[in-house]
Design a protein around this ligand. Structure first.
Ligand code: SAH
Length: 249
């Protein structure tokens, strides 16, 4: 029973993709296809690079040191990068990996670490963040890989917002925001460019909160009566945005 495109392994590659192109994959991806998936010559995989859409490629030589494939046909046209911006205060390693993977699955187009007063993490590893984003993109079959922006302090983010984001509204998840229906609140933002900002496990400081609330581009929302872990709040907020004014509609 031939495997449908949906069930074929999907791999992100850096190379340009076009019909007839020969590609040799690196050690990790070779190991996955040849050793883990036990694929043979003639077997197919779906390749994407975030620029040229998705392409079906067939294995020409399942060499253990570097599997060789020929790119055959485009199976999906490249989609525009998602507009949704997602900012978060970095968390400790495991939760950070989870957070950037979920932001990718939930359709963020830009993933931006924001350093706040109570952020616990000292040094971020951008290459690790990107690896998590690519892994999530392969799994959830997005074609435009979210951009992982370099970390920024909350002060710099606020100071540069208008210049960098124009009319984009920044939805700030604030557990001290007065309870209101986030669905109604978000309805007012339909059609606008949106950013979502989640604070650190220790929350925004009082100064940060008042600085944020003083910005015309900020829309504070409550995510209900319970205090959520930052990674829970991220998924909840992104689901709310995608369901009410985003691409789940
Ligand atoms: N300072 C809080 C913990 C912050 S939770 C405490 O009392 O311990 C981490 C982040 O998740 C917050 O900064 C906020 O962005 C988000 N968050 C958690 N619960 C929320 C809620 N009920 N409404 C809105 N945002 C929430």
């Amino acid at each position: 029973m031939p495997r449908t495109h949906k069930s074929l392994p999907r791999l992100h590659v850096e190379a340009d993709l076009g019909a007839g192109q020969a590609l040799t994959l690196g050690r990790e991806q070779t190991n996955y296809l040849v050793a883990v998936m036990r694929m043979k010559a003639g077997d197919a995989a779906i390749l994407f690079n975030g620029r040229d859409g998705a392409w079906l490629a067939r294995i020409t030589d399942p060499h253990r040191k570097g599997v060789m494939l020929e790119v055959v046909v485009q199976t999906a046209r490249q989609t525009a990068p998602a507009d949704l911006w997602f900012g978060f205060a970095p968390l400790k390693a495991g939760r950070l990996d989870y957070l950037v993977q979920k932001a990718t699955e939930m359709g963020a187009g830009t993933i931006q670490p924001v350093i706040t007063r109570f952020t616990q993490v000292s040094r971020l590893k951008p290459e690790k963040l990107l690896a998590n984003v690519i892994e999530a993109a392969e799994q959830c079959q997005v074609l435009s890989v979210p951009a992982v922006a370099p970390e920024v302090t909350l002060d710099a983010l606020i100071a540069g917002w208008r210049v960098n984001h124009g009319l984009r509204r920044l939805i700030v998840c604030d557990e001290s925001a007065p309870p209101s229906s986030p669905v109604e609140l978000l309805g007012w933002l339909r059609g606008l460019s949106i950013g979502v900002l989640i604070g650190p496990e220790g929350g925004f400081s009082d100064d940060e909160r008042s600085q944020l609330l003083a910005q015309a581009f900020v829309v504070p929302i409550s995510l209900g009566p319970r205090i959520l872990r930052a990674d829970t709040a991220a998924v909840a907020a992104l689901a709310l945005v995608q369901a009410t004014i985003g691409d789940w509609r």
